[in-house]
Design a protein around this ligand. Structure first.
Ligand SMILES: NC(=O)c1ccc[n+]([C@@H]2O[C@H](COP(=O)([O-])OP(=O)(O)OC[C@H]3O[C@@H](n4cnc5c(N)ncnc54)[C@H](OP(=O)(O)O)[C@@H]3O)[C@@H](O)[C@H]2O)c1
Length: 267
């Protein structure tokens, strides 16, 4: 098994890397990890290699840099072959309000990382995956979206818009890739306990630990699900959200808690 994961330095991406390493420990498997924080990747690489005896390559880079991603993909494929699964998990979430000029940079960064980051991650692998499938291998692209992309959440215009774009983009890609038997899976998480949600000071329904979520994510990937919401309770909330008329949505969201606009160091 060969797996390539972005956003692997913390939270869901890190938990996914560990889950894959557990499932494929002591085999000739390889995992490629991407994020900006090199020291976090090095620590995870050492855990995967020593505890799970799995090959691991790390590439500290920014998913906004498509040339860097292409170089990382080429290096991984040269060393280990074409990945069976590529998971685009890197993402950022911060509160944004359109009325503040200083939030324009945050809007741009969130769209670039959460949307263009998916394109930059998948693009370098598609031609090789197509050839791998012709040779009988399994190839799958996985995008981590969010329930926040189903309806617009107040105070999170950039994040909601980025995840709505991610959901639509992944759906287009799924149909395009079906011709080549490359599976595309969209995972829309509800609330998962990670550094991204640790800063939220409001109640998060059905909050799930990252290791538990990672097991469910990998099960969904292995079952080649097209679109899945995890935890499942959020799936029912998401189905309901889709059909709430705008007038009721506006009323329900009037007093909804909003994500903080603080912390700009990640730009
Ligand atoms: N936690 C939730 O409840 C939840 C719910 C719905 C969707 N999601 C989505 O799940 C994904 C993972 O989030 P998480 O909760 O695990 O958050 P997290 O712990 O903050 O992890 C985010 C990961 O993305 C990486 N990243 C961010 N910007 C990057 C960039 N420009 N280039 C490369 N890597 C970048 C971070 O690494 P570096 O900072 O080292 O670059 C980190 O590894 C995100 O797409 C998020 O939107 C999470």
């Amino acid at each position: 098994m060969k797996v390539f994961i972005t956003g692997a330095s913390s939270g869901i991406g890190e938990a996914l890397a560990i889950e894959y390493a557990k499932r494929y420990k002591n085999t000739d498997s390889a995992i490629g990890l991407i994020a900006r924080r090199s020291e976090h990747l090095q620590k995870l690489q050492s855990t995967l290699q020593t505890t799970y005896k799995i090959k691991c390559a790390i590439y500290p880079l920014d998913v906004r840099d498509n040339a860097a991603l292409a170089a990382a993909a080429a290096d991984f494929m040269q060393q280990h072959g074409t990945p069976n699964v590529v998971v685009a998990c890197a993402g950022v979430s911060r509160g944004t309000l359109t009325e503040h000029v200083e939030d324009i940079a945050a809007f741009q960064a969130i769209m670039d990382i959460n949307v263009m980051g998916l394109v930059h991650t998948f693009q370098p692998f598609i031609a090789a995956m197509r050839r791998a499938v012709q040779n009988g291998e399994v190839a799958q692209l996985v995008g981590i979206a969010s329930v926040a992309g189903i309806r617009g959440l107040p105070g999170a215009g950039a994040y909601s818009a980025s995840k709505a774009a991610a959901i639509s983009y992944l759906e287009s890609l799924r149909v395009e890739m079906a011709r080549d038997n490359i599976t595309v899976t969209t995972i829309a998480p509800g609330y998962i306990r990670t550094p991204m949600t640790d800063v939220n000071h409001y109640k998060m329904p059905f909050l799930m630990n990252a290791d538990v979520a990672a097991t469910k994510f990998v099960n969904a990937i292995e079952h080649k699900r097209r679109f899945v919401v995890i935890p499942w309770q959020m799936g029912w909330v998401a189905r309901f959200m889709r059909f709430v008329p705008p007038i009721l949505w506006d009323f329900a969201m009037k007093k909804a808690p909003q994500k903080s606009r603080a912390n700009w160091d990640w730009l």
